[in-house]
Write a protein that binds this ligand. Structure first.
Ligand SMILES: N[C@@H](CCC(=O)N[C@@H](CS)C(=O)NCC(=O)O)C(=O)O
Length: 203
């Protein structure tokens, strides 16, 4: 399997954390693929017309995206249990996954806006991202006990990778302040071998 990959992408990291958890990392050939929102990558378009990573290309040429689909594919391939099969546990895991992915989407957009020259920034957008991110983190603080209690799965991967992305791109923001339970849960996430093996770096 070939994965369009970058060491900086938190969405790629989710897939690689899942692959390590499932014992599949050795079967994935990573291909460094540069993406930019303002410039489609012609080498990626045949596999993903949205020009986004992660994109996984199977041996028969089938391309799978996005990170949600790829994580579920890998779990199925390995016969894993990152996705509860049915019932309340499944809907909880999928909702946690959406919350983590949604937080990541928001953080990526926030960073784009923040890094524009000040004259081109939209203050209302910056304010909105700030409020939504804080509301999400406050919600997660209230959920920390449940995250701790439930078997590790896709929801934990998405939320954990989003919190780690805060440390990577929003290092000046002490998101842990006032959120001791979430900080403690994230420390346990961060200590997992799958997470240690997939650190995101600017390279
Ligand atoms: N919903 C997607 C988001 C993927 C995504 O936005 N990836 C970024 C890299 S971190 C990307 O490809 N950006 C290029 C673009 O938006 O054109 C997922 O979960 O995989």
């Amino acid at each position: 399997m070939k994965l369009h990959w970058s060491p900086r992408s938190p969405f790629v990291r989710k897939v690689m954390v899942a692959a390590h958890e499932l014992g599949l990392a050795g079967r994935i050939e990573t291909v460094r693929t540069v993406v930019r929102m303002d410039t489609p990558n012609p080498a990626l378009l045949p596999d993903n017309p949205l020009s986004k990573i992660p994109t996984l290309v199977l041996e028969d040429g089938t391309a799978l995206f996005d990170s949600l689909t790829i994580c579920e594919y890998l779990d199925d391939l390995a016969g894993g249990d990152l996705f509860p099969r049915s019932g309340a546990a499944r809907w909880q895991a999928l909702t946690w996954q959406s919350l983590g992915n949604g937080l990541l989407d928001l953080l990526v957009l926030w960073r784009n806006e923040r890094d524009k020259p000040e004259a081109r920034q939209t203050p209302a957008l910056l304010e909105s991202f700030d409020r939504k991110a804080n509301a999400t983190l406050d919600r997660l603080e209230g959920m920390a006990g449940a995250l701790e209690a439930v078997r590790f799965g896709v929801g934990h991967i998405a939320i954990g990778c989003a919190l780690s992305y805060l440390d990577f791109r929003f290092a000046a923001w002490n998101w842990r302040e006032g959120r001791p339970q979430l900080a403690a849960w994230h420390a346990t996430f961060d200590a997992r071998p799958s997470v240690r093996a997939t650190e995101i770096v600017d390279a």
